[in-house]
Design a protein around this ligand. Structure first.
Ligand SMILES: Nc1ncnc2c1ncn2[C@@H]1O[C@H](COP(=O)(O)OP(=O)(O)OP(=O)(O)O)[C@@H](O)[C@H]1O
Ligand SMILES: [Mg+2]
Length: 240
């Protein structure tokens, strides 16, 4: 997998200096994630899951080690380059959706495209329409977040994450605030994005049922990968 890996971490380390205290949420982490693979990351609170997602998404930069995403060494990019890279190549899905309350579903999904000045209004409309269609919410385009269910809000957030057609999606407990049925719809959607649309997905979850929707499950503990429960790679419907 090494050469084709979409994400490649070697001895990846992240430390924060707080006064005299150094906190090291991630230490010497080696990880390969294949293109189109759906990976679930589990682990206790404080084990470094969000820290790892933020590195992979280019929100934070490593303190040491290597981090290549799509063949690019993210540690070598400036802040501005990272922001531009992220807008094009990585979608982020949050537990609490982070939609802008005063904007419609359509306008929320359109937001990332406003960064790309080469797109015309008509091109933006077309892409937003396609993204909302993919998540099954074409008929809710004019609704504001308060007029949507939690599951629908998360689907709008997923449409926003994919509208610029990034190859990589990271999701931090995307089903954490949803009931089982709405959560299952989100997991099914993520599976479809990985299997049919070839998105690489790294999803953090505390729920082993949600993790079972992924191709592979890894466990983090105190900033290190401790064990890997490899499920046979199944590209298809989510399990019962
Ligand atoms: N900006 C920061 N400055 C200092 N320490 C930080 C910072 N961000 C995270 N940490 C520390 O890193 C450790 C890992 O945090 P992280 O948010 O990655 O955990 P997590 O596995 O996502 O936990 P949870 O399941 O509760 O979301 C924690 O001890 C946290 O306090
Ligand atoms: Mg976290």
């Amino acid at each position: 997998m090494t050469e084709a890996a979409h994400i490649r971490c070697r001895k990846l380390t992240k430390s924060y200096q707080k006064g005299r205290v150094t906190v090291t949420p991630l230490e010497d982490l080696d990880l390969d994630v294949g293109r189109g693979e759906f990976l679930a990351l589990m682990g206790p609170s404080g084990s470094g899951k969000t820290t790892l997602l933020n590195l992979i998404a280019g929100i934070d930069q490593p303190s040491g080690g290597e981090l290549h995403v799509g063949g690019l060494d993210l540690a070598k990019l400036s802040r501005g380059q990272l922001t531009a890279w992220r807008a094009r190549h990585c979608g982020y899905i949050f537990q609490l959706y982070h939609l802008v309350p005063i904007l419609s579903a359509f306008e929320n999904v359109e937001l990332p495209l406003l960064l790309d000045r080469s797109l015309s209004r008509a091109q933006r409309r077309e892409r937003v329409g396609a993204a909302l269609d993919l998540v099954g919410l074409s008929d809710r385009a004019e609704h504001r977040p308060a007029e949507l269910s939690g599951g629908q809000e998360q689907r709008v957030a997923i449409a926003r994450a994919i509208v610029a057609d990034p190859g990589l999606l990271v999701a931090d407990e995307p089903t954490g605030d949803l009931d089982r049925e709405a959560g299952d719809q989100i997991l099914e959607l993520l599976r479809e994005l990985s299997s049919r649309h070839d998105k690489t997905i790294v999803m953090v979850t505390h729920d082993s049922r949600a993790a079972a929707a992924a191709d592979r499950i890894l466990h983090l503990e105190k900033g290190r990968l401790v064990e890997s429960g490899t499920l046979e790679s199944r590209k298809g419907a989510i399990r019962p």
